[in-house]
Design a protein around this ligand. Structure first.
Ligand SMILES: [Zn+2]
Length: 99
């Protein structure tokens, strides 16, 4: 039997709770809060946006990975041209899921 520590359980639950509130559309790839259909194209083909998911900031070439979500504000880890890691915040409506 696999035993996980109390601390790891809390961390694991924390990650689940933190990221239950954003979804993306498999049709148009936009990111939003609705749990049943896409805010932008009404598609019901949506999926939970998970931690570390790669996203693009619309209207730019910036790509980042999802770090955390606070309501509509999304923190991304972005790798700059100099290979530095920076954390930046964006509104969920500015993001698009990429592969
Ligand atoms: Zn859509």
């Amino acid at each position: 039997m696999h035993i996980i520590s109390y601390r790891n359980l809390i961390l694991w639950m924390g990650e689940l709770i933190l990221l239950t509130n954003l979804f993306y559309c498999l049709n148009c790839m936009r990111v939003f809060k609705s749990e049943d259909k896409c805010d932008y194209c009404n598609s019901e083909n949506i999926e939970l946006l998970k931690k570390d998911a790669p996203v693009n900031v619309m209207g730019s070439k910036l790509k980042g990975r999802l770090l955390r979500v606070n309501d509509n504000t999304v923190s991304l880890i972005i790798i700059t041209e100099n290979k530095d890691k920076v954390i930046k915040e964006y509104d969920a409506s500015k993001l698009r899921k990429i592969l």
